[in-house]
Design a protein around this ligand. Structure first.
Ligand SMILES: N[C@@H]1[C@@H](O)[C@H](O)[C@@H](COP(=O)(O)O)O[C@@H]1O
Length: 264
């Protein structure tokens, strides 16, 4: 894991957007793995800016989102398809036919999940996967105890996750307790991973993910197994890291080395 600690969420989001832009410059047909939630919104804002300024082109790219609520239509304002249209797709030149979000209304969600896996494979796998992290350490909707080799499937959400996400739903509005989500094994197959975490409320999950043991109790800790995972934090999310000074030192040395090798 490479740990990048930025002063604030704006700098962290700009770093992530630049990494995605670079990926697309190097491989215009990249397959992007995308996430929802409040965390990636600034990164998407920066990506839209880079697109408008001509630095990035999505015309040959395709995308797969991590997850979707079961029971919400794509037009529902809380569905992740709707979120992606509003926050990113409607503002860039990606062909909507090339964007994929699990089908929350499919009458056979088990089949829909297995088809989703097939579709990712048919596209040659995910080149770069954006992730947020839940307060309980979940990634996608892989709640604690999710199998570390799990595949796309239907999951029951924990109370802690439904509570955290209730802020997006109106009083008395139907809030799904089931979701279709890529599995941890699916996520780990992405060639590069960029996990973003901001704010004090994520600091415990971040500490457990990075400094804790590999454990299904903290699904994000599975990223310790990934050969190219970058964890991008703001100061608050990094605040509980016991080895924070060490991580800062290593990153500075790595930056200096990359400059010397002309790789940055
Ligand atoms: N399924 C999503 C996750 O992909 C996301 O990482 C998490 C954190 O959301 P936020 O970024 O709003 O804190 O929320 C949801 O549960």
């Amino acid at each position: 894991m490479r740990i990048v600690i930025k002063e604030n969420r704006y700098e962290a989001s700009a770093f992530a957007a630049e990494a995605i832009a670079l990926q697309l410059q190097q491989k215009p047909t990249s397959v992007l793995g995308l996430a929802t939630g409040s965390t990636p919104t600034l990164c998407y804002e920066q990506l839209i800016r880079l697109y408008k300024e001509g630095y990035v082109d999505f015309s040959q790219a395709s995308s797969f989102n991590l997850d979707e609520y079961h029971g919400l239509s794509p037009e529902h304002p809380q569905s992740y398809r709707y979120f992606m249209q509003q926050q990113l797709f409607d503002h860039i030149n990606i062909d909507v036919k090339n964007t994929h979000v699990p089908d929350g209304l499919n009458e056979n969600p088990i089949q829909a999940c297995s088809d989703y896996e097939d579709e990712i494979n048919a596209h040659g796998g995910i080149d770069i996967q954006v992730l947020g992290i839940g307060r309980n350490g979940h990634i996608g909707f892989n709640e604690p105890t999710s199998g570390l080799q799990s595949r796309t499937r239907i999951k029951t959400l924990t109370q802690s996750t439904t509570n955290a996400n209730s802020r997006f739903f109106g009083n008395g509005e139907f809030q799904p307790e089931l979701a279709l989500t890529m599995g941890i094994g699916t996520i780990l197959e992405a060639r590069k991973i960029l996990l973003l975490a901001f704010g004090e409320e994520k600091s415990q999950a971040v500490q457990t993910m990075i400094e804790g043991a590999l454990s299904a109790y903290c699904p994000a800790s599975a990223l310790q197994l990934h050969p190219d995972a970058i964890i991008v934090l703001d100061r608050d999310a990094a605040s509980r890291l016991e080895h924070i000074e060490f991580f800062i030192e290593v990153e500075e040395k790595q930056q200096a080395l990359m400059k010397t090798l002309n790789l940055s």
